[in-house]
Design a protein around this ligand. Structure first.
Ligand SMILES: *Cc1c(COP(=O)(O)O)cnc(C)c1O
Length: 404
């Protein structure tokens, strides 16, 4: 008789967004006349930019001709894409990364979930709290998180780094030394980030302690402040302690197209083995690559036309972020984020829990957001709104919130 992976049984409740979906669905059914505005899920709404669509069309046509047909992609991804990534995301910022350190993938969610396969089962994992749930759940599935405490909302073997108002949402070095540190900057869900000097301190800390940083840069395109690093490799010594994960989802609207990449520098040696070597082995065994058509689309992200169009798209969302940020401030809320990220993180009013505020906003303003508690215990008392809606809907939502 089959025995299953017991670790799956430890996973609490249902996934955050399915709970939200059920609540919104029930409300919509009871109130069919109400027009609900969704500023909850972190999915984009703007269509794919013209320059990228054009490249995709061309690649589709190539697939229909024997001379230009492409089958399995090379293990690490096509060179045309990896070279474009190196040129624009690294060389242009003075980072020393080579094309054979780039592993093209179908996105940062799967990379951030899969990367833990490289670590021993007893590795100590440090996460920010609140946190993108994938880092935690993937380690739970692997049996690395210990047991879940319903009362505290915490896993016994994880090291939590609270990011709250009191520390400006900046993680502090943990009391116990971790083996792996997940950092997502600019951050989902808090929408905040740290200056490059502070990131350098994390790189130094990791090198000093023999720890690995998994650096999730999914929101890099939204950085507006000058003193914020666009890549962890802008910091000295990052090549010996950091893996960087990037995604085309948020900067180019590829959430339904699927493309990302991981940077695994060759200097990353732990336990006498190269992580680059291990990841190459894993990639080659378990993955057959992002589609040719999509990698051509990714290449177009870096073309002059693609870059110009995407700059506008990011600006469109950041105008929404400003509408939300300023609208909430005017309405008397305590608000964070929204400057280097498409997320606005607010303090729930009075003594409201984040789920109480969710219900309040849904019922009184017909606006859907995300309760902070869904991202970890330190998210309690906070609430996330996203700038990924349309400008019109965002304005309408804020007008409703201001009228409460
Ligand atoms: C959206 C998001 C990603 C991107 O995931 P994809 O799989 O590339 O779509 C990665 N990390 C965080 C924190 C995100 O919010």
């Amino acid at each position: 008789m089959l025995k299953v992976n017991d670790n799956y049984k430890k996973l609490p409740g249902s996934y955050l967004f399915s709970t939200i979906g059920k609540k919104v669905g029930a409300y919509a059914k009871e109130n069919p006349d109400k027009e609900i505005i969704r500023l909850g899920i972190g999915d984009v709404t703007q269509p794919i930019a013209g320059a990228i669509i054009e490249a995709m069309h061309q690649a589709v046509d190539e697939m229909g001709q024997a001379e230009t047909f492409h089958g399995y992609a090379p293990d690490l991804g096509y060179e045309f894409l990896r070279n474009a990534i190196v040129e624009h995301d690294y060389k242009a910022r003075g980072c020393d990364i080579s094309a054979d350190e780039i592993f093209v993938s179908d996105g940062a969610k799967s990379d951030s979930a899969n990367i833990q396969e490289l670590f021993a089962k007893d590795s100590r994992i440090a996460v920010c709290d609140p946190v993108y749930p994938v880092y935690v759940d993937s380690n739970v599935m692997a049996g690395r998180a210990g047991t879940y405490d319903e009362k505290t909302g915490m896993w016994s073997n994880l090291i939590y780094m609270p990011c709250v108002m009191e520390n400006d949402f900046v993680p502090e070095f943990p009391g116990e030394t971790p083996d792996v540190i997940y950092l997502c900057l600019p951050n989902n869900p808090t929408g905040t980030t740290i200056p490059k000097a502070k990131l350098q301190e994390w790189v130094d800390y990791a090198n000093r302690n023999g720890a690995l940083i998994i650096y999730d840069g999914a929101y890099e395109a939204y950085i507006s402040r000058e003193d914020v690093a666009h890549s962890i490799y802008e910091c000295d010594g990052a090549r010996t302690c950091a893996i960087e994960l990037k995604s085309f989802s948020k900067n180019a609207g590829f959430t339904g197209v699927r493309l990302g990449y991981a940077v695994v520098p060759k200097e990353l040696m732990f336990d006498n083995i190269s992580l680059h070597h291990m990841w190459a082995r894993r990639h080659g065994t378990k993955y057959n690559g992002a589609p040719y058509i999509i990698q051509r689309a990714g290449e177009a992200v870096y073309s002059p036309a693609g870059k110009a169009q995407l700059k506008e798209q990011v600006a469109y969302y950041m105008r929404n972020a400003k509408v939300i940020y300023e609208g909430l401030k005017e309405a008397g809320y305590t608000v964070f984020g929204g400057v280097d990220a498409p997320y606005i993180w607010l303090k729930t009013p009075g003594k409201m829990t984040s789920w109480e505020f969710f219900d309040f906003l849904l019922e009184k303003a017909n606006v859907v957001g995300t309760p902070g508690a869904g991202f970890g215990p330190s998210g309690e008392g906070y609430f996330r709104l996203t700038a990924f809606g349309s400008y019109e809907n965002t304005r309408a939502a804020l007008a409703r919130i201001q009228a409460l």
